[in-house]
Design a protein around this ligand. Structure first.
Ligand code: HAM
Length: 426
């Protein structure tokens, strides 16, 4: 019987996992600078959380959820995104009562969507996201967007495009929804079955239909921006002003509607431009979701956040030829000859590692030649050579692989010598 990896999932092996680690480290470091704290929530939740939180009429809930019954006959779902879970936790743990508001959180972990797999679209993918709950200040919208941008630019990505829209507040949305229904209803027969259904459940989503993208009514559809009331208009102006002040360029696209139901006012996506990226050019997305906390039985609390997937970020880095620093290099490899020398190397290796040096040795009884090859493969900075004769003389040979310099060092000086050599080289 052949056992395959499930479609739309992947193994991340040594050699690639280091890139993930660099990205994860970057995300944590950035969140620390922006004062966002980590939250970890379960990978599965009650199904109704996403039905209510993400929205019953969204593709995610209707088509893409991994839902199952547990042995207690409860309907559970592997989380398709992080926002609903964070809000559930915010309400359940009464984080609205914390003295320091807004509560600024970040998360990183696997999400699951039953989508048609293609490059950049997985069934299990890892999102890094942030959520700021408890402030309706446009400055926090600008901060969230800035952090998202910094994540990309600090890793070296170029040709990014920030696409911005306002979906307005409830009142503006209602006016716009009415106009959309009036616009599409007379000719809804010309649209796909999904759109027909959306007309009365969620007409805004018609604008995001891939099948009917070219229909003339799509191009003439009423723009949300013409329906923003005074408050929503002012809010949007403030967000744009603050982005201008931060020198973050953006493009306003009234067609940007996002695939989840909870958004209002600010909505944004960061896209990547240029060749070689295929069909998927959206790297990340987010927006404001005032109302979601109440929807999930919490007190009235505004919120905003974004999420990106590490898979798409890695694709973008690769397409643009950005190398993440190679963390695979060894600091020191110990080559030995003779049993006593080998035992001593085990002890020295332990000392090196305790002193913070990334070090290794042979464990396959290889001849010296094989050991040198292994050292080369691991791009070691220093090779230390110890034979029984040297051991008797209390010495060890240390070779700096970059300069080719080689010297004999007293055994008791060895660890310090390695550390000094590494320090000088860095
Ligand atoms: P989303 O637009 O559904 O928003 O997903 C955010 C990002 O997750 C996408 O831009 C993409 O990078 C990544 N992503 C989504 N689906 C896949 C997939 N199948 N394979 C690989 N990557 C994928 C949300 O999830 C919202 N929770 C974002 C948010 C946070 N809004 C406010 N706070």
């Amino acid at each position: 019987m052949e056992i395959n990896i499930p479609r739309g999932t992947q193994d991340i092996l040594p050699g690639t996992v280091e890139k993930w680690q660099i990205i994860e480290e970057k995300a944590r470091e950035l969140c620390n600078r922006y004062n966002y704290k980590e939250i970890r929530t379960p990978i599965f939740e009650e199904t109704k959380l996403f039905q209510r939180g993400v929205g019953d009429t969204t593709d995610i809930v209707q088509k893409e959820m991994y839902s199952f019954k547990d042995k207690g006959d409860r309907s559970l779902t592997l989380r398709p995104e992080g926002t609903a879970s964070v809000v559930r936790s915010f309400v359940g743990n009464k984080l609205h009562g914390w003295p320091e508001q807004p509560v600024k959180l970040y998360y990183m972990g696997p999400m699951f969507r039953y989508e048609r797999p293609q490059s950049g679209r997985m069934r299990q993918f890892v999102q890094f996201g942030i959520e700021a709950l408890g402030s309706a200040d446009p400055a926090i919208d600008a901060e969230v967007i800035a952090l998202n941008m910094d994540m990309y630019t600090e890793l070296g990505l170029k040709n990014l495009k920030l696409v911005l829209n306002s979906l307005g507040d409830k009142e503006s949305r209602e006016a716009h929804t009415k106009a959309l229904v009036n616009h599409f209803e007379p000719r809804i027969d010309e649209f796909c079955s999904d759109c027909k259904e959306r007309l009365h459940t969620n007409p805004l989503r018609i604008l995001d239909c891939k099948k009917d993208r070219e229909h003339e009514l799509m191009h003439t559809a009423p723009s949300i921006l013409d329906f923003l009331n005074e408050d929503s208009k002012q809010y949007f102006e403030r967000v744009k002003y603050l982005l201008d002040e931060m020198n973050i360029p953006y493009e306003v696209d009234p067609g940007l509607v996002r695939g989840l139901d909870y958004y209002n006012n600010t909505a944004f996506e960061i896209m990547i431009e240029g060749e070689g990226f295929g069909a998927i050019t959206t790297l990340s997305g987010g927006g404001r979701y005032n109302g979601l906390v109440e929807e999930l039985d919490g007190p009235e609390t505004p919120g905003i956040g974004f999420a990106l997937s590490i898979e798409r970020l890695l694709m973008a880095l690769e397409t643009q030829g950005v190398e993440l620093t190679d963390e695979q290099q060894l600091d020191c490899y110990m080559v030995t000859m003779g049993d006593r020398a080998d035992d001593k190397a085990t002890a020295l290796l332990h000392q090196l590692r305790k002193a913070g040096v990334k070090a290794d040795k042979d464990y396959l009884n290889r001849k010296m030649k094989g050991q040198f090859k292994s050292a080369d493969r691991q791009l070691t900075r220093i090779t230390a050579i110890l034979g029984d004769d040297e051991l008797d003389a209390g010495k060890i040979t240390v070779k700096n692989m970059k300069t080719g310099e080689q010297e004999e060092v007293a055994l008791e000086e060895f660890v310090n010598h390695v550390r000094k050599t590494l320090e000088e080289a860095s």
